[in-house]
Design a protein around this ligand. Structure first.
Ligand SMILES: Cc1cc2nc3c(=O)[nH]c(=O)nc-3n(C[C@H](O)[C@H](O)[C@H](O)COP(=O)(O)O)c2cc1C
Length: 345
């Protein structure tokens, strides 16, 4: 594949960000239906992959026509071999995760620890570049800590080493989700590199997207928590306006995920237990959704966290149930979705 085609792969896309647990295959399939351009595996550890592990994480659904596999690691030969395995297992693109903040990974010199060593990071990118021909993105943060905001340096080194796109989460490793994403720095990366930047951080509404398009040179975007709260965010972002589903429509969306999950995990006792575990995990995000208008968004500038609105939803009695954070309510919701015990759309 020519370098220009590989870069074009990442141009002007709104993609589902890579997510552990949240990026399970049934959920990716749901987001794909709502319009996510790219989907990506949960993070895979290159070390484990080359030893024959992590295989379930490589699976994708046929509807995922632009599916990528994300991995992290710190040895060139291992990363190169992991890339070959990923492509052999259907990855249409590869994403290298150098933003991973997890202690276990960082303490061993992987993930975000590589942000402190741009030359070493670049050698890993180069090893992968030489091993495979598919589009290659590199996901970074704006720096390891506020004292080391070196994303422009890291991105430039990664592109020189062969990256076709740079995903930039506008936060440091240290800050986790505190403070809003620094889009001024995400923009600086796009100004500095000649490949698409996938801007990432706090895109929760169509107005967030419009603002980033207006105020920065970034043209491609990754959406994580917004898609966990409402998988239909991709539809909203494409339309440029919110879609506030009725409770009946929300039951139907939850059932849709369930159908995909039963198909993927199986409907025997073991499969059902996994479907339930994931469903309850997803409800931890889904229940935070609230209908909202542009006025709500304006009232909360500059941070438009939709879950900040806490008043109950109007409509039928189920609206309050679906907004509940209570675990017993979540089990009740799961039972009703399984039994199809909810009003038709
Ligand atoms: C549940 C969860 C799991 C995540 N797992 C990964 C991961 O495996 N790889 C990765 O690069 N980022 C991971 N992230 C980070 C997101 O991809 C994204 O960079 C971050 O959430 C900021 O985007 P947002 O503001 O749209 O949520 C994860 C985020 C969440 C919420």
């Amino acid at each position: 594949m020519a370098a220009e085609d590989r870069r074009a792969f990442f141009r002007e896309v709104v993609a589902l960000a890579p997510m552990a647990t949240g990026g399970n295959l049934p959920y990716r399939r749901l987001c794909k239906e709502f319009g996510a351009a790219l989907t990506c595996s949960e993070m895979v550890l290159a070390d484990k992959l080359v030893k024959g592990g992590e295989r379930p994480l490589l699976r994708s659904h046929p509807s995922e026509d632009r599916f990528g596999i994300q991995f992290t690691g710190k040895h060139e030969d291992v990363m190169a071999e992991a890339a070959r395995i990923a492509v052999a297992n259907g990855a249409r693109f590869i994403d290298l995760n150098f933003g991973c903040p997890i202690d276990l990974v960082v303490r061993r010199g992987g993930g975000a620890a590589l942000l402190k060593k741009p030359a070493r990071l670049a050698r890993l990118v180069e090893a992968v570049r030489q091993a495979v021909d598919v589009p290659l993105s590199v996901k970074i943060r704006i720096g390891y800590s506020v004292e080391k905001l070196n994303c422009v340096e890291v991105a430039t080194a990664a592109v020189a080493a062969g990256a076709d796109a740079i995903g930039v989460h506008g936060r440091t490793r240290a800050q986790r989700y505190r403070l809003s994403a620094r889009w001024d720095l995400v923009d600086q990366v796009q100004q500095a590199v000649g490949v698409p930047v996938l801007g990432n951080g706090d895109i929760l509404t169509p107005w967030d997207l419009a603002r980033r398009r207006r105020e920065t040179a970034v043209r491609s975007f990754l959406v994580a928590r917004g898609a966990l709260i409402k998988p239909w965010i991709f539809r909203e972002l494409a339309a440029g306006e919110p879609w506030n589903p009725t409770t009946a429509e929300r039951w139907a969306v939850m059932r849709r995920w369930c159908d995909f999950a039963l198909e993927h995990f199986g409907d025997d006792a073991k499969g059902l237990a996994r479907v339930e575990r994931f469903f309850l995990w997803h409800l931890g995000f889904w229940h935070r959704w609230r209908p909202y208008t542009e006025a709500d968004f304006r009232a909360q500038l500059p941070d438009s966290l939709i879950q900040a609105r806490s008043e109950p939803v109007d409509g039928d009695g189920d609206a309050a149930l679906l907004a509940s954070g209570n675990e017993d309510d979540h089990r009740l919701i799961f039972g009703r979705v399984l039994d199809r015990d909810y009003p038709a759309v």
